[in-house]
Design a protein around this ligand. Structure first.
Ligand code: TYD
Ligand code: MG
Length: 376
């Protein structure tokens, strides 16, 4: 969490945590209270759960700080009065959609209420230099205002994401006035709350099929951290009409562009074939370095030829079918080597700056064709 926030909580900072209902926002914040409660007084304002419910949850999460105060209240004027009187070191508002300013006629959760409540809380907290976490549910239908309504007001926007079917959760920073925005935190939801996943690459690669065509491991940078992720591609004959292209965790337009480059420049034809790309683990690959593993997984599926288990690839693909250099080479190679990979397919022009290693073989490639020759 410290890493995602760019070092920690800044005095007077207003931090928004958005996420689907039930993803674990309240759990995460309650667990933070245990750590921060050692030094400062914390106000946990809950409009959703009763004191009794919170106590039960806190017991289960082993949160028992003497500095943690629960306020079950939805009236913002009352909350602000308490804040001004008690001057806590941290305030948590769970959730903003339940808060209500009596002066406004609209219902709690409406755009006006959400925006005005946030502004009112912000004014009083900033005046006293108190940091505030605001929880906001992401809501698909229009009746309740979501986190987007507040993004421009707050200092930090964090999203807590994850697949409800798996226990892994990713905390992602979308906006940060005090630090970098591309850090992520990976957690696992257990029966005793959230725990840090210290080795996200290992988690993302677990359950990987062996010697199956259409999968390739990519090495991406998430902020300052390298992460290995599995990219899967599937190519199959189109039933009728236009071929389908689908991308989960990868940009759709980028996929179309890569398919065009593969056809025009490298002689791999997809025009009568559906093409699907899926990134395992709910990860999004926004970096150009993901081009090469995406292309390799498509080619691998097209030729029904498996990319060997011990290969990792990264590199940007240009419109001429060339492999362009990327940044953070040493960190990427280090992570791949740490997880036991033996061969790294990377941009040829990146080889210059890298020292040779005994544990991994670095294979520099100039064109997509060269990369294909490595995997065959
Ligand atoms: P919660 O923090 O209440 O979600 P939010 O505040 O984002 O709506 O999390 C609720 C879910 O987390 C619930 O479905 C059960 C799960 N959970 C665990 O698996 N283990 C736990 O220790 C806790 C407290 C919750
Ligand atoms: Mg909650």
């Amino acid at each position: 969490m410290d890493r995602v926030l760019g070092g920690g909580v800044v005095p007077g900072g207003l931090m928004l945590i958005g996420g689907d209902p039930g993803i674990g926002k309240s759990t995460l914040l309650l667990q933070i209270c245990q750590h921060l409660g050692n030094n400062i007084k914390i106000f946990y304002v809950s409009g959703e759960e009763s004191g009794r419910q919170l106590k039960l949850r806190a017991d289960r999460l082993n949160v028992h700080s003497d500095n943690l105060y629960i306020l079950c209240e939805t009236d913002v004027d009352t909350i602000i009065n308490h804040i001004q009187k008690e001057k806590p070191g941290l305030v948590i508002i769970d959730s903003i959609q339940t808060m209500n300013l009596a002066a406004l006629s609209s219902a709690p959760g409406s755009v006006t209420q959400v925006r005005e409540c946030t502004s009112a809380i912000m004014r009083s907290a900033k005046a006293a230099d108190i940091p505030v976490f605001i929880v906001s549910h992401v809501n698909k239908d229009g009746a309740i205002a979501g986190p987007k309504v507040m993004e421009h007001i707050v200092d930090c926007v964090l999203y807590f994401e994850g697949d409800r079917n798996t226990s892994y959760r990713i905390l992602r920073c979308m906006k940060n006035r005090y630090g970098s925005t591309n850090e992520i935190g990976v957690f696992e939801m257990r029966d005793k709350g959230l725990t840090e996943v210290e080795n996200p690459s290992m988690m993302l690669l677990s359950g990987r099929p062996h010697n199956v065509s259409g999968t390739c491991v990519a090495c991406m940078m998430e902020g300052t951290r390298p992460l290995l992720a599995e990219v899967q591609g599937l190519v199959s004959p189109t039933g009728f009409g236009n071929p389908r292209r689908m991308a989960t965790g990868f940009d759709y337009n980028r996929l179309s562009m890569l398919l065009a480059v593969l056809e025009k420049r490298s002689g791999f034809f997809f025009s009568n074939l559906d093409a699907y790309i899926n990134v395992i683990g709910g990860l999004r690959l926004d970096e150009p370095a993901a081009d090469l593993p995406v292309a390799l997984s498509l080619i691998s599926s097209l030729k029904d030829q498996a990319v060997k288990d011990d290969i990792v690839a990264f590199g940007e693909i240009g419109l001429a079918g060339e492999i362009r250099s990327v940044t953070n080479i040493e960190a990427r190679i280090g992570e791949a080597a740490r997880l036991g990979f033996k061969k790294i397919i990377m941009p040829y022009h990146n080889l210059k700056g890298v020292s040779n290693r005994s544990d991994v073989e670095l294979i520099g490639v100039k064109m997509i064709k060269d990369a294909y020759e490595v995997i065959t």
